[in-house]
Structure formats: C-alpha cells, structure tokens
Design a protein around this ligand. Structure first.
Ligand code: ARG
Length: 479
C-alpha cells in the first residue's frame, strides 16, 4: 500500500498483513465508513478544499460503492478505510487525495463502530420487545392458571403461570432500560477528533455529528479517538438481557422436564438413537448465551484496560466481540419469541405440584389473625402440620393434638384446613401491589404493555434519525 512507503522500506509479507488486518470483520461497518467519507468530502468542500464538481463526482463514486460493495480481499490495504481511500483515489483523484485531510482512521473507526452498534442496538431492542410482548400475551391468558412459585427450587407458595411469565417480562424491561442507556452512551460522535488531539483545520464537529445522525459530539479528542469504553456499556447491557434469558430458559427446561409445561415440537429435537426423546434443544442453546456474553465482556474489558495514551491496534481486536454478541443476542430473542407463543401448561399437574403445603403461610396467617396467636407460634404449629403432611400422618386428631399442645383454641376440621390451604383461594386472596392475584397480574400485563409501546416509539424515533442520514449523505446539495 502506497501510504506505507514514505516511512517504511517495504510491504508486509501477505500472512503478516493478514494477521494485523481488520478486513475480516470490517464488512460490518462498510456502509458506515462510506457514509463517513461522503460527509468528510462535504466538510472539505465547506472548508474550500474541494471543488463543487469534485464533490459531486466524489459523492457519486461513494454512492456507487455503497450500493455495490467493493472487494476487501487485499490485506496489504489493512482495512476498510484504506480500501475506500484507494478506490476514491482511483475514481476521483481530487477527492481521494484529500480524504485523510483532517481525518484519521482512529476517529473514523470509532465513529463507524458507534453508528453500526446503534443500528444493532435498535434491532436487538425490537426483537427483545417481541419477546416481552409474547410473554405478556401468554401471561394475560394464563393469569388465573395456578402454578407453583418456588424458592430454593421447592414449592414455596401458590402463584399463577401468568405471574411467573410476567416476572421475566419485568426483568427484561429493566434490562431494556439499560440497553437504552447504553444507546445514549453510543450516541456521541467522535468524528473530527482526528488521530488523538484534534486538528488544526477549523472542523465544525457539531455539524459533523448532526450529519452522521448523532445526538451530540463526544468532545474530548483523546477519548473520542481512542476509547472503547462504550463497548463495555453496550455489551454489559446485552449481558443483563441474556442473564434474564438464560434464567428463563433454565426454568422452562426444568418445568418441561417435570411435565408442568410444554412447548411446540418445532422447538424440540429427538435422539438419533433413543426414539422416546423429546429434547428442549432451543432452550439448551439459549441457556448458554449468557456465558458467551460474559466471555465477550471479559474479553473486551481486558483488552482495553492496558493502554498507554491513545490509539493502539489492540482496540481493533475489540470490535468483533461487539458484532458477535449483538448478533447472538438478537437471534436468541427472535427465536424465543416464537417459542413462547407455543408454551402450554398442564394445569392439573401444576395444581397438584402446589399441593397443600404451598399454602402453609396462609394457615399461619389465619391462626394469627383469627386466634391472636403470635405469628412465630403459628409458624411452628404449621411446621408441625407440614411435617405430618409430608409423612402422611395428618389426621384430625393429630391436628387437634398439635393445637392443644401449642395452646391454640382452634378446632378446625381437616376440610376447613384444606380449604384454607387451597391454592386457588390463596391466589385470589393476595392483596398486595405486584402480587400473584390474577387481577393484579392482568394489571401488570397492561402496565408493561404500555412500557413496550413507549420503547417501540423510542426505537422508531431513533431509527428515523439513522435512516435520514443515509438519505441525505449522497446529496451534494445538502451541505
Ligand atoms: N483498522 C483499525 C481498527 O479497526 C483502524 C485503523 C487504525 N490504525 C492505525 N494505525 N491507527 O481499529
């Protein structure tokens, strides 16, 4: 590559050039790099360093390359930035020759990555909202279906299937809030910072940011050109999303195995040898995604925490993690949205799984409220009843003996006790905000549905800004 040969005596051997080149993963930012260069030509024209005619031809050449992507096979060109410059030098020399005037690959690549990551973040947001919506739809329909809630993986209290599903929707919405914050972090424009300390050319960085669809300028030139901290933000937000997804996948696999719930055959595979198998493979893969996310967050953080000063090529090696994780997360959300639509519950099995013991807290509450027995004593009594239940020795006599020994003036029949312990009654008696009471679950579904709509509006507003950039970039009149 010609730009080497001033300072350096020769070319790199091909395998060495391949080793250090980013061309293998630059395809991802190809469109953004073209747009940045087109805007740079406009900047040069505004500064009087490019004629109107050369600008028009330069923009047309870049539009052509935008629509028909250039080859990126020659590692001696190092990266997409040099591929574009090489092309423009050959097609419109007056424009190509000055493409690096007041512009560095360092600010350009940071800008391109942020632009592409913003677009990915919106796509991921849309797919994730699809998953939240699928959960909310199923939850509304199953708001009354009694289902066990567990703590320590043991039945803890009666809830409903809808309540359990909305728990994941609630957590996903929180993670999407973090994703939106990470987007705001991305939405700062490094362009015009040049290699590390700014430029002596009077570059209007606010104009550049606006042309490139950014909300604001990332002012500090060294931060703008040489940091990838924003990658930690976006990847951490994705990690948070995938923590919830993996958690949900684990629960679904667990309860599928117990026979409490089922999913469509199209999300299962079978064994090539054991014909009876129905394996929840989609969820098994989804469950691993958090590990990939964790790997990428660690990979990126450790690569960027050992820099002295400005740009080093270590930063280049960070980039693939961003595309890998955003891509994996997006397909995970898309596939799971479909799977959630096929979930069904075995209502009888779920009710049975709740059993009587799931309501023990309510029996203790009842004894305290009705007989004025302190809760701690009522708790002990109910513990003894639960033990008898577990051992199969609960009779009316045994029950009354316990009451008598504990000094509780209750003469409850077994039938009365089992009514108090009935999971359906308990669920419909929950009285607190955010409880598993079906009417509360439906209210929360509606509330979360409104949040989904807000986020959808947010996505389409941001999307419109990004689309407008491409529309006006190649128009030489829009200076
Ligand atoms: N290809 C590099 C990257 O992806 C940008 C080039 C920066 N190279 C340089 N020598 N400063 O980060």
């Amino acid at each position: 590559m010609a730009f080497r040969l001033g300072r350096l005596r020769g070319e790199m051997p091909r395998d060495v050039a391949e080793y250090t080149s980013s061309l293998k993963f630059d395809r991802e930012i190809y469109g953004e790099v073209i747009v940045i260069n087109a805007v740079h030509l406009k900047l040069l024209a505004r500064l009087g360093h490019l004629s109107g005619d050369a600008l028009t031809r330069g923009l047309a050449a870049l539009r052509e390359a935008y629509d028909n992507p250039l080859e990126m096979e020659d590692p001696s060109l190092e990266d997409v930035h040099m591929v574009v410059e090489d092309y423009l030098v050959k097609t419109v020399p007056e424009a190509g020759e000055n493409l690096a005037l007041g512009k560095s690959r360092n600010d350009s690549v940071a800008t391109a990555i942020r632009m592409r990551a913003k677009s990915w973040a919106l796509t991921l947001m849309e797919s994730s909202l699809g998953l939240v919506e699928a959960l909310l739809v199923r939850a509304y329909g199953e708001a009354e279906t009694v289902y066990p809630a567990t703590t320590h993986q043991q039945t803890a209290a009666p809830a409903t299937f809808g309540f359990t599903l909305t728990h994941y929707a609630s957590r996903l919405l929180s993670a999407l809030g973090s994703l939106a914050k990470a987007y705001e972090e991305l939405d700062q424009c490094p362009q015009g910072a040049a290699a590390c300390c700014g430029s002596t050319l009077p570059i209007d960085r606010r104009w550049l940011a606006e042309q490139l669809g950014f909300k604001r300028v990332l002012e500090h030139a060294l931060d703008a050109s040489s940091s990838r901290d924003f990658a930690v933000d976006i990847l951490s937000a994705v990690l948070k999303l995938l923590v919830v997804v993996s958690d949900m996948a684990e629960w679904l696999i667990h309860d599928f195995t117990l026979g409490l719930l089922d999913m469509g055959d199209e999300f299962c595979s079978t064994s090539s040898i054991m014909p009876q198998k129905r394996n929840p493979v989609v969820l098994e893969v989804a469950r691993t995604k958090v590990s990939e996310a964790l790997g990428e967050v660690v990979r990126v953080s450790s690569m960027i925490q050992r820099r002295v000063g400005g740009y080093v090529l270590d930063l280049q090696q960070v980039t693939p993690s961003i595309w890998r994780l955003l891509g994996e997360a997006e397909s995970t959300m898309r596939v799971l949205s479909k799977l959630v639509g096929t979930l069904s519950v075995d209502a009888e099995a779920a009710l049975k799984r709740c059993g009587m013991e799931a309501g023990m807290v309510e029996l203790a509450n009842y004894l305290t409220l009705k007989y004025g027995v302190g809760f701690r004593r009522a708790h002990r009594v109910c513990g003894r009843i639960a033990r008898m239940l577990a051992e199969g020795s609960l009779t009316e006599e045994a029950l009354w003996r316990v009451f008598e020994e504990e000094g509780i003036p209750a003469k409850l029949t077994l039938e009365e006790v089992s009514k108090i312990l009935d999971p359906r009654t308990i669920v419909s008696n929950y009285a607190t905000l955010g409880s598993a009471n079906p009417s509360e679950v439906r209210r929360m579904v509606e509330e979360m549905g409104r949040r989904v709509e807000e986020l959808r509006t947010w996505v389409s507003e941001k999307r419109r800004v990004l689309e407008a950039v491409v529309e006006k970039t190649f128009n030489a009149q829009a200076l």
